[in-house]
Design a protein around this ligand. Sequence first.
Ligand code: 6PG
Length: 473
Amino acid sequence: DKAQIGVTGLAVMGRNLARNFARHGHTVAVHNRTTAKTTALVEEFGDEGTFVPAETAEGFVAALERPRRLVIMVKAGAATDAVIEEFAPLLEPGDMIVDGGNAHFADTRRREAALRERGIHFVGTGISGGEEGALHGPSIMPGGSAESYETLGPLLEDIAAKVDGVPCATHVGPDGAGHFVKMVHNGIEYADMQLIAEAYDLLRHAAGLTPAEIAEVFRTWNTGRLESYLIEITAEVLAHTDPVTGRPFVDVVLDRAEQKGTGRWTVQTALDLGVPVNGIAEAVFARSVSGHADQRAAARALPGPARRADRGADFADLVEQALYASKIVAYAQGFHEIQAGSAEYGWDIDPGAMARIWRGGCIIRARFLDRITDAYRADPGLATLLTDEHFATALGAAQDAWREVVATAVRLGVPTPGFAGALAYYDSLRAERLPAALTQGQRDFFGAHTYHRADRAGTFHTLWGGDRTEVEV
Ligand code: 6PG
């Protein structure tokens, strides 16, 4: 019997995806550059379903039913191109290559266009949920042609996470749309993680709580509107004691956050699209700051405020409100970027559907996402999530606490770029007038860059170096 699907690249993500397909009753061809991994997979997990191990690329392709569905799970970048070049010549028109790695959407667009010329569907697919998700049900964000989704979709929906019986997988849009949405998912993931980190830092250094006490605070929050995978695992990490020293685990880990690049891409892309994602950008920069050990060592001698930890345990309630409000901002920015990307590339992405497939399986899965789906259902043309009725009410109720938290952080010298940046964005959007008018005046002054008037149409320039009359240009 031929295999319905094949997976090549059997590192932990590929192996677990292959097992997930097999556990759902699909015959899965498996292949890896070095055969040892293929053999190990079949030996260890062969009883979970039907695997067809292949030693060669030719054997792997021959094992697949037509149209062939070939999932590649290799490192993003050059390795992905190499694998595509290895397999594409062996395929026939109508076959599909599914790239489940964290590729840059621009690479996916290039690969999709090149393979389309050869009659092959290239499906750049975001897959979120880490190794556990890959095995038990990830959130799956496939791009590529609608035609490819017709035969591929049912298999993906089979293995995806389910929330209320609804699969966390849907066709996102053509060519690079899936990887674009996965990129923004990761940008939001960075923001979520940074906001949680700031909440922890404040509880520790403004309210004087211990990591174990903060773990309890997060456990409580996880029963409310902040309920999410990241809050849940934060409590676990904070409650963990280092077995070597007996100290809190969080105190023995080097405080230098690493990144593989998807958060940075989210910000780079947002800059190109002109989308203000300052909350996400602060999260990327916060990781970057943490890594500059030499500057941090030199700056440690700089003065800060004398007062420390003068807030009581009840401060936690204010931090919860600031966290919720800042989280709304991060998602509003991420969804703005998705809509801008969709418009730029003609993808026609349904934002509400993205929130729906993020409810389960993925790293940012959260109760909160239902609210985003509802918001777009109520108003598909919603300009910003901030003004959806639920979110507007929540922001209004939280704003006093949010300001209080940021003010406290500033007063005590606890860095909260995420909370403060999100609040600045909120205040910027709701401002009646922005000082951008002054910026325009400066540009016109030094470079005759012209400006528009609020009171009538046209493009104007003031003769700053002359008699300062205004001319219409
Ligand atoms: C997911 C994750 C995953 C990513 C990690 C690490 O959705 O399952 O986003 O794709 O590898 O988040 O990312 P960084 O190394 O950049 O933190």
